[in-house]
Design a protein. Structure first.
Length: 123
């Protein structure tokens, strides 16, 4: 059986943050994952945000969900460079943008300029 529970280390003793349902005097194996301290102001801010999200009970996002969130915030683009390339082309008044990206990539959904590809079609 595996139980994942957070604890605080105080005065030489690990104190669990919530009770666990185990018989008294049950021996357990403990693996300690201590967070690395943040080295920058941004790192401290990110750790505080993560802590607030965990306390709220909101589920953590998986990598696919993070990718969806980033794409939504970039106007549907999955790659930040795609968004920059489209924005740069539009800002100089280009009518077309040529890319080597596959036609299925999000850059081809751009509306600011017509996107053409040189990517070879699959055989």
């Amino acid at each position: 059986m595996t139980i994942d529970v957070e604890a605080i280390y105080e005065n030489g003793v690990l104190k669990l943050k919530r009770p666990v349902n185990l018989p008294e005097r049950t021996e357990v194996h403990v693996t300690i994952e201590a967070p690395e301290p943040a080295r920058t102001a941004l790192g401290r801010k990110l750790l505080e945000l993560r802590s607030r999200i965990k306390r709220s009970g909101a589920p953590a996002l998986g990598w696919d969900e993070i990718d969806e969130e980033v794409a939504a915030r970039r106007g549907g683009f999955r790659d930040g460079m795609d968004a920059l390339h489209v924005a740069a082309a539009a800002s100089v008044g280009a009518n077309e943008l040529v890319t080597a990206e596959k036609p299925s990539r999000s850059i081809h959904r751009a509306r600011a300029v017509k996107v053409l590809t040189i990517h070879p079609e699959p055989r």
